[in-house]
Design a protein around this ligand. Structure first.
Ligand code: VAH
Length: 314
C-alpha cells in the first residue's frame, strides 16, 4: 500500500493515476492538504486530507492503511519558496522530517524528489555531474540539498530505503504547475493556443533542463522498482530529457502554429533563480544504476502537448 502526499500537485496528479493503474486503485492512498470535492482523483479512489506539517495526522493516515511505501510530493516550488522562505522551510523541511519519521517507524520504502534547484552558481553549469558541489542560493535549493542529505542519513543511519531524483523543469497538461521558475515552458503552450503569442518572464538564451511529465512519472516508478543492490547513489539521481532556452521552444511551437510569436518581459527574481541553476545536467548515473530513459524529446513533447491541450479545449 502506497501513501502519496501532494496528490493534487503538478506531479502528484499524474503519478496517482498511473500508480492506481499499475498497482490497483485500492493500493494507492492519495492525500493532499486540501481535498477538492468532485475532483476525479478524489472521487476515483482512496483519498485522505493530510497536511504533511502535522506529524500526528501523518502517522495516523499511514497507520490506518498500514502503508509500506511513502511517495512524498508535497512541497512549495522555487518561486513561491523565494517569496515565502520561512513558510517554505516549515512545509518543505517540516513535511519531509515528518514523512521520514513515519517511514522509519513503519519501515516504509520512501521517495521524495530533489531538483536541479539543488545546484548553485558554483556548480559546473554544463553536463553537471551526479557528484559535484551543491551551494544553492535559493531557499528551495537549500531545502532540496538538505532533503537529499536527510534522506541519505535516514538510509545510512536507520536503514530506511530512501530514493530520489533531481527533477528538471516538468512540462504537463493535466494539472498546471504552481510557483515554479521553469513554468514558462508550460504556460507558453497555453498562450500559443489561446493568443498565438507568449511573453516570457525568463530571458532568451537561458538554458534549463526539462522533461515531459510521462517520463517523470515513469522515472519515479522505475527507480522505486529498481534492484537496490545496483544503487550506488540514493538521494538524488540527476534525470533529464532535454535542455532548451525559450527561443528554441518557441521555434518548435512555430512548426505547428506558424504565426506564434514570443517576446520577453524578464522577471528579475525568477531570472536570478534560473541563472543560478545548471544549463544541462548529466543523467548517466541514473542510466547505469536503474536504466533511466526518457521517451520524449522537444519535438515529440511539443506535438503531444499541443494535441492534448486542444483535446482539453484550450
Ligand atoms: C521549479 N518546476 O521551477 C520546479 C522545479 C527544476 C524546477 O524544481 O521550481
Amino acid at each position: 500500500k502506497v501513501l502519496v502526499t501532494g496528490s493534487l500537485g503538478q506531479i502528484g496528479t499524474e503519478l496517482v493515476v498511473k500508480m492506481r493503474e499499475i498497482y490497483g486503485v485500492d493500493n494507492i492512498i492519495a492525500s493532499n492538504r486540501s481535498v477538492k470535492k468532485g475532483h476525479p482523483l478524489v472521487e476515483g479512489g482512496i483519498f485522505e486530507a493530510l497536511d504533511v506539517t502535522d506529524g500526528k495526522q501523518f502517522f495516523e493516515v499511514a497507520k490506518k492503511y498500514q502503508v509500506d511505501t511513502i511517495i512524498h510530493m508535497a512541497a512549495l516550488l522555487s518561486a513561491t519558496a523565494e517569496n515565502n522562505p520561512m513558510m517554505a522551510w516549515n512545509i518543505n523541511m517540516g513535511g519531509l522530517v515528518n514523512a521520514l519519521e513515519v517511514a522509519r517507524e513503519m519501515n516504509c520504502k520512501f521517495f521524495t524528489p530533489s531538483s536541479i534547484g539543488a545546484f548553485g552558481p558554483s556548480t559546473p553549469k554544463d553536463n553537471t555531474p551526479q557528484d559535484t558541489i551543491q551551494r544553492p542560493t535559493t531557499m528551495y535549493g537549500v531545502n532540496k540539498v538538505s532533503g537529499e542529505l536527510l534522506c541519505d542519513y535516514y538510509y545510512y543511519k536507520f536503514g530506511v530505503d530512501t530514493r530520489g531524483v533531481r527533477f528538471p523543469g516538468l512540462i504537463s497538461y493535466t494539472q498546471e504547475p504552481g510557483g515554479g521558475t521553469t513554468d514558462y515552458a508550460v504556460y507558453i503552450f497555453y498562450e500559443a493556443l489561446r493568443q498565438k503569442k507568449y511573453t516570457s518572464y525568463i530571458a532568451e538564451g537561458t538554458y534549463m533542463d526539462m522533461m515531459y511529465m510521462p517520463d517523470a512519472v515513469n522515472s519515479i516508478i522505475d527507480l522505486m522498482e529498481a534492484d537496490p543492490s545496483r544503487l550506488k547513489h540514493r538521494n538524488a539521481f540527476n534525470v533529464t530529457a532535454m535542455s532548451f532556452e525559450p527561443n528554441e521552444l518557441a521555434a518548435e511551437i512555430r512548426k505547428h502554429i506558424p504565426e506564434f510569436t514570443i517576446d520577453y518581459k524578464v522577471d528579475p527574481m525568477r531570472q536570478a533563480i534560473a541563472d543560478s541553476w545548471p544549463n544541462s545536467i548529466d543523467p548517466s548515473a541514473a542510466i547505469e544504476e536503474w536504466g533511466f530513459k526518457a521517451e520524449y524529446d522537444l519535438s515529440k513533447m511539443t506535438i503531444d502537448m499541443l494535441a492534448k491541450l486542444k483535446e482539453k479545449g484550450i
